[in-house]
Design a binder for this molecule. Structure first.
Ligand code: ADP
Length: 178
């Protein structure tokens, strides 16, 4: 977990390679649906372009299907859960699969730095939601709907300082999970 621009995707990819995990990024999955013009993609597009979250029911259905089909594979999920109902739904999915969540990592970075990072990334990301206005909106949505998950997972959350180079942040994560 972490706000937009915290480096979730970057770090998840590194961890997936290192530990041979399947990397599931809900943002990438949704962008893929949009590209393929599927029913989910068509529904998700306007929410994403406006910097809003896609409805919980859609995410829960995608993740239930995906995690069920991957049942016995180690997975790192990036971008989900993003709301309390999603976290509650994930607990049920995991329970039904007789599986477990090993680690919850929260990468935090000061908002000023995040906005700066995202504006830089916007130059070549090609993402429709990487405009200054939508970037600010995404930070607000994060604070309102996703930040409360820190309390939801307070028993097993690992806090990671996401300020610094990619390698430094990876190192901080590895120190906590090894
Ligand atoms: P970032 O973390 O930079 O916002 P993502 O690629 O993770 O980028 O997400 C992009 C957008 O996709 C979000 O702003 C949201 O609209 C949608 N999205 C991704 N994951 C979820 C989720 N779990 N619940 C609702 N919407 C989501």
């Amino acid at each position: 977990m972490g706000p937009p621009g915290a480096g979730k995707g970057t770090q998840a990819k590194i961890l997936a390679e290192k530990y041979n995990l399947i990397h599931l990024s809900t943002g990438d999955m949704l962008r893929n649906e949009i590209q393929k013009k599927t029913a989910i993609g068509l529904k998700a597009q306007s929410y994403m372009n406006g910097g809003n979250l896609v409805p919980d029911s859609i995410l829960l259905s995608i993740m239930k299907n995906t995690l069920t089909s991957l049942k016995d594979s180690g997975t790192i999920v990036d971008g989900f859960p993003r709301t309390i109902p999603q976290a509650e739904g994930l607990s049920l999915i995991v329970e039904n699969l007789h599986s477990k969540i090993d680690y919850v990592l929260n990468i935090h970075v000061e908002e000023k730095i995040l906005i700066q990072r995202l504006i830089e990334r916007a130059q070549n990301s090609g993402r429709a939601d990487d405009t200054e206005e939508v970037i600010t909106k995404r930070q607000k949505v994060y604070a309102q709907l996703t930040a409360p998950l820190v309390d939801f997972y307070s028993n097993n959350i690992i806090q990671i300082d996401g300020d610094g180079s990619i390698e430094q942040v990876t190192q901080r994560i590895l120190e906590q999970i090894q």
